[in-house]
Design a protein around this ligand. Structure first.
Ligand SMILES: Cc1ncc(C[n+]2csc(CCOP(=O)(O)OP(=O)(O)O)c2C)c(N)n1
Ligand SMILES: [Mg+2]
Length: 464
């Protein structure tokens, strides 16, 4: 379990969530005044997910945010003025007015990878960042977020498979906000819990009430700790709700009104305010002070943003290609000798414990044990999926309102995922292979055959 939060950390969580919301509301006003130059994608209702997850990271860790993760950017040290100027395309914005939304990052100081609009593509990118950090001895954790819709992309699958196989220290937050544009989750995937995707990759997963910032933080902290301890990636499904349309142009008329009402009653900020009051973590005076601080910061930053001009036309041709404006250098936190020959040399042979052949008897025995049934005796197996879960219910009713299982996300989470079982990681084949090694040396085992590999040595011992 992670450490309980200090009072200061509790107030931090409130500060970032409220700042996220007030900034969101300010951007909507600017959009209506025609000051925002492009699309505007609201974060409303998802503040606890962005803030709670990012807050579980350390300064050295890396994030790649998506459009609804402004909260994560604030936690990572961006100021409201950066976001305001970015949307207003002002010359002092992180992209000097060349982009009107969220395509900016900071590799050197804040460790933020600029988002890519192609859904799911940040998963392989951040898997690469995670294993790159490991290679350099940085002991970092990488985090990115994907929406429910993004889990349907090929890049998501490729990235997850790669991360899982490489045991990348990657925390993938699946932000299930119930909608991808106008497509509800039930029309996107044939499963109830997107966390079930993790089973296919043999990695740990958790489901969390995404509108409960404490639960989000604690779950993510545990995931981050697992990653840092070298236990491989974790997929966290955060169940939340997109409280506006996809962007400002979208009135979200396709969302049942009862559904908005259901989630409005679970507003993450109102809930957290109640928690802070009931647990005597703050009083009315502290709340007022924090709100006044947020108000003041936003006013100052808006003033700054409004004073910043639009970029001059000649800037368009500058900075298209890097002409030495910055250097990209790896930060080595360990000796290069450790990862270069002769120290890094390994025998170019794999050990395999299982030749992968089809063994009907043992496959049937395993499946029967898993399903509690007897199978047929055919030389093939047709299964409807091995993860039968009769508790799953449809996520939304066609006439609106959430189905029963989604009505109490916090309780649901606790019931289905007690802290001790939250991470249901299975060992992947490669993990099992790694377990067999001692100090990086393959352990001899009678069940293990040595198989020649590629253009490796001509040793005959594996060719029996
Ligand atoms: C590969 C790809 N396909 C389609 C799009 C267009 N697109 C942008 S956002 C979006 C919906 C995303 O839904 P979801 O992943 O649930 O994220 P949310 O908007 O709910 O945060 C789509 C289809 C895209 N950017 N990339
Ligand atoms: Mg979505």
């Amino acid at each position: 379990m992670s450490q309980p939060l200090t009072r200061e950390q509790h107030l931090d969580l409130y500060y970032y969530m409220k700042l996220n919301r007030m900034l969101d509301e300010q951007l909507v006003r600017l959009f209506r005044q025609n000051v925002v130059v492009g699309g505007l994608y609201s974060n409303l209702g998802q503040e606890a997910t962005s803030v709670g997850t990012a807050y579980a990271l350390e300064k050295r860790d890396w994030i790649a945010p998506m459009i609804r993760n402004v909260g994560g950017l604030l936690v990572k040290g961006y100021k409201p003025r950066d976001i305001l100027m970015q949307y207003m395309a002002r010359v002092d914005s992180p992209t000097m007015g060349k982009d009107g939304t969220s395509h900016f990052g900071d590799i050197k100081v804040r460790h933020v990878v600029s988002p890519i609009s192609m859904l799911g593509d940040l998963v392989p990118v951040m898997a690469g960042v995670a294993i790159g950090g490991r290679y350099l001895g940085q002991n970092i954790v990488a985090m990115t977020w994907v929406g429910d819709g993004a889990t349907s992309t090929g890049a998501f699958h490729e990235g997850m498979n790669f991360a899982a196989t490489q045991h990348a220290p990657l925390v993938l937050v699946v932000e299930n906000n119930q909608w991808a544009y106008s497509t509800p989750v039930a029309k996107q995937v044939p499963i109830h819990d997107l966390a079930d995707r993790a089973k296919a990759y043999g990695i740990a997963s958790a489901i969390v009430d995404g509108n409960d910032v404490m639960a989000v933080y604690q779950t993510t902290k545990e995931a981050v700790n697992r990653c840092r301890a070298g236990k491989g990636p974790v997929l966290i499904e955060s169940k939340t709700m997109r409280m506006k349309g996809h962007a400002q142009h979208d009135a979200a008329e396709y969302v049942p009104k009862e559904m908005f009402k259901y989630w409005e009653a679970r507003d993450p900020i109102a809930r957290y305010e109640k928690y802070l009051t009931e647990n005597k973590i703050w009083d009315e005076k502290t709340k007022k002070e924090l709100d006044a601080r947020i108000d003041k910061e936003l006013k100052e930053d808006l003033e700054f943003a409004e004073k910043s001009p639009l970029p001059p036309p000649e800037l368009a041709e500058q900075g298209v290609y890097c002409d030495g404006c910055h250097t990209v250098e790896a930060v080595w936190n360990r000796s290069k000798a450790e990862v270069t020959p002769p120290k890094s040399s390994v025998k170019p042979e794999w050990e395999v414990t299982d030749f992968g052949g089809f063994d009907l008897a043992s496959t049937m025995a395993k499946q029967s044990a898993a399903a509690g049934e007897n199978g047929g005796k055919d030389a093939r197996i047709i299964s409807q999926g091995t993860h039968k879960n009769t508790a799953h219910k449809p996520q939304q009713r066609p006439n609106g309102g959430a189905a029963k299982s989604a009505q109490h996300p916090a309780r649901n989470f606790e019931r289905q995922q007690p802290a001790s079982q939250k991470f249901k990681g299975q060992k992947s084949p490669s993990q099992r292979m790694m377990d067999q090694k001692t100090n990086g040396q393959p352990e001899k085992s009678s069940a293990v055959a040595r198989v020649p590999f590629g253009r490796g040595p001509k040793g005959k011992e594996g060719r029996k």
